[in-house]
Design a protein around this ligand. Structure first.
Ligand SMILES: Nc1nc2c(c(=O)[nH]1)N[C@H]1C(S)=C(S)[C@@H](COP(=O)(O)O)O[C@H]1N2
Ligand SMILES: [Mo]
Length: 541
């Protein structure tokens, strides 16, 4: 009997401690979010810690996250941070219910981690510490208040002041004025206090989010933007560029479906009217450009396929869009690139740095400072107001989003973000081909099966695609027509005489230089995946 009451008391202490910790955490995060709306979005404790985490994670873990969670990697990270935080809050709450100083120290430690993450973040200043400090202060206040309320209906061992520490919880209640659980008023007060603090934290968080949208969102700036008609339209898209095969990737990727890869947990919000681009470093005439200056330049419209070095064989980190932008080469020539300048370093509003070979930008390809994507101003997630694009290079060495600074320098003098993380300094895209239909492990009817997909080798072009059924001979696929070598190409093959059973379909492409994709499987790190995309299908009928 005595044993049971102890277990019950322990369970109740745990439950109350958990409530104490979680409520304090909700209050702290809400206040942190609200304060961040006055400093900057990236200074909110959770965002700051998340961003720090992204910067510190080894490439292998990042690869794992992209593989496992795909485009949801950031959601997964935020969910993960909140789960860890919840666990921590429970521990602190349970410990703090017993010993007050443990609770205070626990919340303070949370604040310290937030401060550290915030002030060491990209483009951070000392003010970035404020939200975490206020969050911790609110958390401590909430903790102390709720602790008092919770300890009245159910006194537990030690009040943490050191005066009566160490007493057994059951003994302590025996010495109290009421029996535990019978003091209804105290129970109601505690429950009301907890609920009130949660509402307060929630309200602060919501107000913070709303305020942040109003103060920081570039959405209104984006909807006010009018992109002038380009001086040079996109090349006509020949009939037959897009095959009518169900299940194939559309030739043009809708903005909503375009893959997104970046390190930004909170999307950088850069209004067009305050945007400036500095061009400096090894140039004869450093210059600064406003958004209007950029729009006044002759704009060209181009279909360009963009792909990510992290794409696995058969993966979906590639897309094709119609972009409008100013010619980057012309701007650089106006600035006067000095002899010896080998690397163009682009910097974003969120502190990303990307290094591109100057000679590639100047070799006549359509390198752009892009302002529009598929007939709209750049979406915020894709770099509004201005991003860079260089056909033929992976995004990590060319496609800086939220671009604010261009510096001409040498490869010797500077290592940009990904290079510091051991990715290859140069990132020409590797030839890739993908089977879109049938789907992997899909079922198809016997007879004739249409196998189709896309292949890309930007700036070299796709000269051929072949498909192999099981260990059979390579069969030439039909290539869709194409605008030019900077866009991906659809292909299809009629697989005749498909017999019931399991089959393996494999694809490989040959680029415009005559080089066929190698069979050797290589991981995306450090210079892009290689190998043939192969899928298993079942023919049933
Ligand atoms: N500011 C910024 N620009 C960036 C990145 C980034 O993390 N931050 N990622 C690059 C990478 S790795 C790729 S593949 C492309 C992806 O562009 P998208 O998200 O528009 O598809 O953006 C590039 N530009
Ligand atoms: Mo990328």
């Amino acid at each position: 009997m005595f044993g049971w009451s102890r277990v019950r008391a322990a369970a109740r202490r745990f439950g109350l401690g958990a409530v104490l910790g979680l409520v304090s955490a909700v209050l702290a995060l809400g206040v942190g979010r609200l304060a961040a709306a006055f400093v900057r979005p990236e200074s909110a404790p959770v965002i700051a810690v998340g961003n720090r985490f992204i910067l510190l994670t080894p490439e292998s873990l990042k690869d794992f996250a992209i593989r496992t969670f795909g485009q949801q990697d950031k959601t997964a990270l935020l969910v993960g941070i909140h789960l860890v935080l919840a666990g921590y809050a429970i521990v602190v709450g349970v410990a703090g219910l017993r010993r007050r100083w443990l609770g205070v120290a626990g919340v303070a430690a949370f604040g310290a981690v937030g401060v550290l993450a915030a002030v060491t973040g990209n483009a951070a200043g000392p003010l970035d510490a404020v939200p975490s400090v206020l969050a911790a202060a609110a958390g401590i206040a909430g903790f102390l208040l709720l602790r008092r309320l919770l300890r009245r209906p159910l006194p537990v061992a030690g009040d943490g002041t050191g005066r009566s520490g160490g007493t057994d919880p059951d003994e302590a209640t025996a010495g109290g004025t009421g029996t535990p659980g019978t003091d209804r008023r105290a129970v109601l007060q505690a429950a009301g206090g907890a609920a009130g603090l949660v509402v307060l934290g929630g309200a602060a968080g919501t107000a913070g989010a709303t305020l942040q949208d109003r103060r920081y969102s570039a959405a209104s700036s984006r909807s006010a933007v009018r992109i002038p008609a380009p001086a040079e339209r996109a090349k006509p898209v020949p009939a037959g560029t897009e095959l009518s095969v169900p299940g194939i990737s559309p030739w043009r990727t809708a903005n909503a479906d375009f893959y997104r890869v970046d390190t930004a947990l909170a999307l950088p919000q850069v209004p067009a009217d305050s945007w400036q681009l500095r061009v400096h470093g090894m140039v004869d005439h450093p210059l600064t450009l406003s958004y209007q200056d950029l729009l006044r330049r002759p704009l060209i419209e181009r279909d360009i396929t963009l792909s990510c070095v992290s794409n696995e064989v058969g993966g979906h980190l590639a897309g094709n869009a119609r972009w409008i932008g100013a010619r980057l080469a012309e701007l650089l020539r106006e600035a006067g690139v000095q002899r010896g300048a080998s690397q163009l370093v682009s910097r974003s509003a969120d502190g990303m740095t990307i290094g591109t070979p100057v000679e590639t930008v100047l070799d006549g390809r359509d390198a752009l400072l892009a302002v529009a994507m598929n007939g709209e101003p750049l979406p915020i997630a894709h770099g509004f107001p201005v991003r860079m694009l260089v056909p033929g290079l992976y995004g990590y060495v060319s496609a800086c989003k939220w671009l604010v600074d261009l510096e001409l320098t040498t490869f010797r003098a500077y290592d940009p973000y990904w290079v510091r993380r051991k990715w290859s300094r140069f990132g020409p895209v590797r030839t890739a081909s993908r089977i879109d239909t049938p789907k992997p492990f899909g079922q198809v009817a016997p007879g004739t099966v249409t196998v189709a997909g896309v292949a890309w080798a930007q700036h070299r072009g796709i000269a051929g695609v072949e498909v192999r059924i099981d260990d059979g001979p390579w069969q030439r696929a039909r290539l869709a027509r194409t605008v030019d070598d900077d866009v991906w190409r659809q292909w299809s093959l009629r697989w005749q005489g498909a017999t019931t059973g399991d089959h393996q379909l494999t694809v490989r492409a040959t680029d415009g230089t005559g080089a066929t994709q190698p069979q050797t499987r290589r991981t995306p790190f450090p210079r892009g995946a290689t190998g043939w995309h192969s899928i298993a299908v079942t023919v049933t009928g």
